[in-house]
Write a protein of this length. Structure first.
Lengths: 288, 288
């Protein structure tokens, strides 16, 4: 495994870098960003927070706009931000190049339907290939947390709920909480997974959370502590995000979820920047 | 005077907003961004930091990437970010649409040469028209500070040096410190002001700083305290920025300048974000 460094910017005493590498899982060249806090310069192995971005984003949005590096430097946490889909001219896209499906909208699933299944395997990329690459290249430990925004909040919750042994904690900003019941989720899941809705539930955070305790065999596995922030003035909340479904799922299953509604905040990075410090401190406490 | 609100995003308990207005000085429609800290919601009149951006930027870059809102909210300082030139289809641009002259590159001067002089009057816009508009529209006082990056660092220093009575403090990141002696500055000043180099010095921070004490009549006016950060790994430092000229000017005149060289940092917003807190606290101390 190797990766080519394509940018380096000093940031809060650490380094913000971008790498390009060939992904075997996705069958294409991919780019990711990493923030390496100052502690790594002395060879200390720091834990990693994976950040999954929302529709239309790349590896850059979070690193440019969230203002996370300051607190990550203080806490000694690396941050890795992958892209939001496979990329390249050979990758199939939505027929109308819509923003909510195809390129920039991989939804962090393993597609089973042609023509998507050949490249759209973002779940395996995020859960397996990327951490393996990151842990082989950088001064990081295998202690991991995961977070994300909107489509990436959905991805972070699903990944953590399905892989409790791999993540110390999970958080999300304005996640698509119940994709089987919203237009963005239904379009993506139908195209990537086919018409059988039973296959969709494995990528629905509310369905997974509901089943996390009561439906699982004993002994109950460790549950990954979850923090979610939802802006009260988010234009997508009612139709697409449905935080109430996640709250209900946590109530039913007794899941350790803290869901906060932040009055007046919208779906933008201004919202994320306002509360990212809380999320980083939450993850740091769980990564200890 | 009026302005139309075109965006509002809650940010750290305050509001990040954009406005469109017709500028009489520039003869075109202009956009600016303002961060209103939470203190303004109770009618408190807060001081204003004006931020002048660099080449190619608009009113958005600083607000999206510098991470300034957190500390501005804590300190109770509004931030206003104007655009970097007049805008619109009727505005003349560089013949080759180069990034370093014309649209996005007004250099904060009052042009005297055709065809630029009709619209390129950014100095008067920043010093007079914009503050008047801001102070008429928002819950802000007439206490002002000014800062900027690169071309905007040049602008901030020039504006403060020429208007000591209007600004409590000035700061800059990687400013074009001696434009009469660098390619960016010479191209802009020749085009906007004509071939007579004597007219260029009024927009050269090093020239103004050198003359700030010794050449001015008694009583010596108040000197605006200045803080400058320069990245040590900035690719533009040697040819375009010339911080040593500013240091020399301050040494000659005894000007209250603190110029810090930050090892390893480049010309990007990753650098600005790393030190903007220091600048905000410097301005807050002087705005008291």
């Amino acid at each position: 495994m190797n990766a080519v460094n394509i940018s380096s910017n000093k940031s809060f005493g650490g380094w913000n870098k971008q790498y390009s590498h060939f992904s075997e899982v996705l069958g294409c060249q991919m780019r990711f960003a990493i923030y390496l806090p100052p502690q790594t310069s002395t060879g200390e192995k720091v834990p990693v927070l994976y950040w999954l971005s929302g529709l239309t984003c790349t590896d850059e949005n979070f690193m440019h706009k969230a203002g996370a590096q300051r607190v990550a430097a203080e806490l000694g946490i690396a941050i890795v931000a992958p892209d939001t889909s496979p990329r390249g001219e050979e990758i199939p896209d939505d027929a109308e190049a819509a923003y909510d499906f195809g390129l920039g909208a991989g939804f962090y699933v393993n597609a089973t339907q042609a023509p998507w299944s050949k490249h759209y395997q973002m779940y395996d990329y995020v859960v397996k290939e990327l951490p393996e690459l990151v842990e082989s290249l950088f001064s990081v430990s295998s202690r991991r947390a995961i977070s994300g925004h909107s489509m990436g909040g959905h991805g972070a919750l699903v990944v953590a709920l399905k892989n409790a042994e791999r993540y110390a904690s999970v958080s999300a900003f304005s996640p698509i909480s119940n994709p089987v019941n919203c237009p963005w989720g239904q379009k993506a899941l139908r195209n990537y997974l086919g018409d059988d809705r039973q296959n969709w539930a494995q990528y629905d955070a509310s369905e997974l959370m509901k089943a996390s305790v009561s439906d699982l065999p004993e002994p109950v596995p460790r549950l990954v502590p979850a923090l979610v922030d939802q802006g009260g003035a988010d234009d997508f909340m009612v139709e697409q995000l449905k935080p109430e479904a996640l709250e209900e799922a946590a109530n039913v299953s007794g899941y350790p979820l803290e869901l906060r509604r932040q009055d007046g905040y919208d779906h933008s990075y201004f919202f994320i920047a306002s509360f990212i410090e809380d999320h980083l401190r939450f993850h740091a406490a769980n990564l200890k």
